[in-house]
Design a protein around this ligand. Structure first.
Ligand SMILES: Cc1cc2nc3c(=O)[nH]c(=O)nc-3n(C[C@H](O)[C@H](O)[C@H](O)COP(=O)(O)OP(=O)(O)OC[C@H]3O[C@@H](n4cnc5c(N)ncnc54)[C@H](O)[C@@H]3O)c2cc1C
Length: 296
């Protein structure tokens, strides 16, 4: 599709978050369609696929410059990332690099430099693709997703956000405002592994975000999240339970593989097979546990 073929969308840029919420509520009450625009990297794909070609066309509401959705802040042991902060900003942010290196590392593997310069975590979470790399990276921290509407602000634990393929508990008139990461102890182990056809510009076949606090041969806190192995990002609950209950030296490849297999439910699709995804999920989890000292 060339630029001249693009539908002519009406465009609005409210000045504040409250104004945006009021506009969304009013339009929702009148059953008028609206689409939010942050970086526009998923939006443009939807436009070119004809998914936003309803009659009348939806109103495009630019939220990318709202102050309330911008910035990164460290509050004690919590890192707050505005939903409209771009991947490039995260990549360059000294606080993110120091306190959430996994998030900083992930940003290098999202699309290419142009996507990194525009794309946002808010957009990744709202699209809620099971292949979302940003979701897999932040989900390892068990974050809280802050959303706002005219009814007020709501804090949604990551484990309660995704309900199915590209489906979330966020209401249609709720904006994602920020992501709050409860940080592990400074210097905790972490890893980011993306397996795709290529390193860059490839949708993940499997992507793992992981953080862990290790002391005296035991894992205290562990966060694991893996993309592209089911309809939603898997938080690997059985694997986490096994790893925190077992001294690292007692873990075996067979027991780890068995729980990972229970935690994932991938499909065959154009990018990969179910079998390869299960195999790779086990391999990347064991790779991280080996780095922690487990003989797996
Ligand atoms: C070439 C290319 C490569 C890509 N590579 C990757 C990749 O490697 N990994 C990956 O995970 N993704 C990838 N993507 C997908 C996309 O870049 C990401 O999902 C990105 O994070 C979307 O963010 P955005 O700000 O551009 O969203 P937008 O396109 O602005 O918005 C996407 C959707 O989210 C909604 N939305 C946006 N912000 C909010 C908010 N704060 N609150 C509520 N709703 C909101 C919008 O209404 C819209 O429906 C790629 C896309 C392209 C085109």
């Amino acid at each position: 599709m060339s630029l001249v073929d693009l539908p002519r969308y009406e465009f609005a840029r409210p000045a504040t978050l409250d104004e945006t919420c009021a506009m969304l509520a009013e339009r929702e009450a009148k059953r008028e369609k609206t689409v939010l625009l942050a970086g526009g990297t998923d939006f443009m794909v939807q436009v070119s696929q004809g998914k936003l070609a309803s009659d009348p066309l939806p109103l495009v509401v630019d939220i990318g410059r709202l102050d309330e959705l911008r910035g990164v802040r460290l509050d004690g042991s919590r890192l707050r990332i505005g939903a409209a902060v771009t991947y490039l900003e995260l990549q360059r942010d000294p606080i993110v690099r120091e306190y959430a290196p996994l998030v900083a590392q992930m940003t290098h593997d999202i699309g290419g430099p142009t996507i990194q310069a525009r794309g946002t975590l808010g957009g990744n979470l709202a699209t809620a693709s099971p292949a979302g790399d940003g979701i897999a990276a932040i989900a390892a921290y068990d974050p809280i997703i802050e959303v706002q509407s005219v009814r007020g602000r709501r804090r949604i634990p990551m484990a309660e956000l995704q309900t199915g393929y590209k489906a979330t508990t966020r209401a249609g008139d709720e904006l994602i405002v920020a992501i709050e990461l409860p940080l592990p102890a400074h210097g905790a182990a972490w890893c980011w592994r993306k397996v795709g056809t290529r390193l860059a510009q490839a949708i993940s076949k499997v992507a793992l975000g992981a953080v862990a606090e290790v002391s005296g041969g035991k894992v205290g806190r562990i966060g694991l999240a893996i993309a592209s192995v089911g309809p939603t990002t898997s938080l690997l609950p059985r694997t986490r339970a096994l790893v925190t209950a077992t001294p690292l030296a007692n873990l075996t490849a067979a027991t780890v593989d068995a729980v990972v297999a229970e935690d994932v439910s991938p499909i065959d699709d154009v990018r990969s097979t179910r079998e390869y995804r299960v195999h790779t999920a086990k391999a990347v989890v064991r790779g991280f546990l080996r780095e922690l000292g487990a003989p797996v």
